[in-house]
Design a protein around this ligand. Sequence first.
Ligand SMILES: *Cc1c(COP(=O)(O)O)cnc(C)c1O
Length: 472
Amino acid sequence: MEIKKEDVLITPGMQAYIDKNNQYLAKRDKYIRDVVKKWRFDTIAVHGLYEMTEAIEDYQGAIIEPIFMSASQAYRDSDEMAAALAYKIPTWCYSRIANPSTYYYEWMLALLEGYGFDGETSCCSTSSGMAAIMTAVQPFFKVKKNASEPRNFVATSQCYGGTFQQFAVRYSQEQNIECRWVQNAVDIEEWAQKIDKNTRLLYGELPSNPQQNFFDIKRVADLAHAHNLPLICDTTVATPALLRPICHGADIVVQSATKSLTTSGFGVCGAVIARKNLVTNIDDNELKGDFALCVKYLQNRDFGPNLHPMQAIMTINDMRTLRSKMDLMSCNTLKVAQFLETHKKIESVHYLGLKNHPLHELASKYMWLVDAEHDAQYGKPVNRYGHLMSFCVRGGAQKTRDFFDGLKRIWRATDLGRIKSVATIPAISTHQQQGEAGRTLANIPANMVRLCVGAEHPDDTIKDLDQALGRI
Ligand SMILES: *Cc1c(COP(=O)(O)O)cnc(C)c1O
């Protein structure tokens, strides 16, 4: 909690609050260490850090985490307020800074992304996935010596359209912070060649939305660390149920929790999860020590991309069954992909779960259904590849739109991660703003359809695709 720069004068009254709260924090750390860290993934996803004693003592026994619809917190006296606002005691102050409901969300995500990781993780909630990406990269763009020094970062060109815009327009064009795109992310040499003394971070999305690109996380993390740089990964498509980059050496993970983490689709939210003591060439010990907490209490306090408590609890509610949903929807997606692969009106299918996908073997090294080996159904490790796929329709852009317009039950929407199957044409939606050249760089042809397969019976999803393909 010691993350405020200026020294605050601690009065004896404040010290009493600090001592009392240190006891509480020590108790909570012990509970995490001795109890929660020993649970399996599903147990953490169901309970997080909200437990019965706290519920009975403080919240009239509510078995579900309460939604704190309050803009601010009141204090017993000025000593408690001063200690709280100096971040010397656990607090939430004001809902732009923190909120008890968003704390539950953050603790749960920190634990899920840190599952199996031999170290500590923490999380900062954000209002969206884009806000999470901004929150994660901004601190590394700090001016070091003078405002004219060159700054750059290296990122995979096959990424979400919004990410492409943020990097190419907002940072590169508008702020002269150059994004150097890696086109073939499995080629470690290409990453290495783009790094120089002005590089601030490496960034990669995997599996990429919608192309299903992938890279070797461990090798890219090793490369980053050899240059004293952090590796930031966007694993929105995989979720921590299938892939946890921090376990493989990444420093920070960003999630658009809007997607598979909030499968129900009730709203937009995001998260930044970071390992403690991360690697960076930025000279800031607080940032290195606890990145997520530091950006939450300082940077995001000042920029304000905070998450609403209502959305935090709705997402928690969806995350409780994350593992089983990702298993079911991954299996459904594989069946749909196998169907499309054999269809004569389909030019190509991009799904990492298909054996003939060029990155299948690499993805299989990293993408595992968490705890399958402890599962009565499987009893051994099993690979799962998520529920996002893309495919290209034969005959060009117009035929692709005709097919798309013929879908009856699969929703036409710019969305993914839903319990319901949803399809879009990236070139006219998610990747429309970046223009033809940007789409070529990101491998988005006009006849590509992105399909995110939901929990419906796959036979019904296949039937809808088949009848729509029958129209062209
Ligand atoms: C949707 C998405 C984002 C952006 O998230 P929002 O919650 O829509 O802001 C970032 N990365 C990936 C991979 C996404 O799919």
